[in-house]
Each structure stands twice: as structure tokens, then as C-alpha cells.
Design a protein around this ligand. Sequence first.
Ligand code: MD6
Ligand code: FE
Length: 218
Amino acid sequence: MTLDLFADSDTEQPAQRIALGAQSWLLRGFALPWVDNLLPALRQVLRQSPLRHMVTPGGFTMSVALSNCGDWGWTSDRSGYRYSAIDPRTGRPWPPMPDVVRALARAAASDAGFDDFIPDACLINRYVPGARVSLHQDKNEADFAYPIVSVSLGLPAVFQFGGTERNERPQRVPLLHGDVAVWGGVDRLRYHGILPIKEGLHPVLGAQRINITMRKAH
Ligand code: MD6
Ligand code: FE
């Protein structure tokens, strides 16, 4: 991991940009100035397409509850993982991606060296203590040329960041409220996961972690 200190032009606070790989970055606290606009926008999305626990193709119910906004939403059921334009729960299109979500994704991607990122999918994950996501690759998107922007909110998590082969021992990286991870290019297909969330109460979000990941799915 390498550290690169720079001054944030809006807040004048030093922010940290931590290299996780050749083309993957952890932007510590990058989303903090966006949180007050972001949270109401996400609540509005979740009123239309509520969080729910999906079933994996193997028949397990995911410990993470999820929803989506944007043109495409990531879904799972017994027949597989895929992107769908329709929320299978409501039978309607996913709610539109709020402008604040799109703008944050674009700004963070640009900060990490990926210019002109226009996401068409935003996955919203909710973790309660004990919830986890096992090591996986994100490979349901049509074109791996585009990066993924991932925002952490609420309770802290330990992110596992491995290699492009499942057997490579992952690094462990703490993800805190307001952190943004961006990766793409040569790192786009690296295995990653989230260790079980520890008990706690976050001052803004209480006993939960919310993660949103913005992608170009199609
Ligand atoms: C999470 N994130 O942070 C789970 N995938 O809760 C992911 O699985 C993920 O953060 C692709 C890119 C960024 C991510
Ligand atoms: Fe992922």
C-alpha cells in the first residue's frame, strides 16, 4: 500500500489517496462532503425499491440486503446473477439514479484517473453486524473497461482485496464512513470481499453499514 497526501480543494483538509493496486485507489473520506445530500437521495430510492435479501444460485440467502437505482440493477436468484432493468420485487423499473450519486461517482473516478465515467447502475448494500460478502469477482458487467466506484457509509468494515486468482492471499483494508474505493483497468477483476461487520453504533447510521457501488453495466 502506498500513501499520497494531497489537499482537497473544497475542504482544504488533507485527504488520503491510498494505492491498493496499480489502478485501484482508496480515497479516504472523499464522500464526506457529499453525505448530507447522498443519504436523503438513497432513502428516497429505498422507498420505491426496498432493501431485500436475495438468494444465490447455490440456494443461500445473502446476509446483505440490497436494492438498486439506475437503468440496471444487479440481482440474484436460483437461476444466476445478472443485471435487470426491472426490479423483480416491484415489477417496475429501478428508481432513477439520483444526480448526487452520478456526480459523486464521476468525481471519485476522475480523482482516481478514470475520466468521464458515466455509471448506469448503482447497487445499494446494507450490512447489519455479522453480515458479510465472501470473496468474489465483479464480472456481470458487459465491458470491463470501465471502473467501479464504491462508497462506504456507517459502521466500519474490513475489505479483503485479493488478486485475479482466488487462491491469492487478500490484503485487509479498513473501510470507514465516507471512504471511496475506485478500481478498474488491470485491477478490474481482482477478488474481493467484506469480513463480518462488527457490532457497533455509527453516529449517523446506527447499527448498519451501507455500501453503494456505481458501475457501467451495459
Ligand atoms: C462492499 N463491495 O464494499 C462490497 N465490488 O460492501 C464490493 O463487492 C465491491 O466495493 C466491486 C467494486 C467495489 C466494491
Ligand atoms: Fe464486488
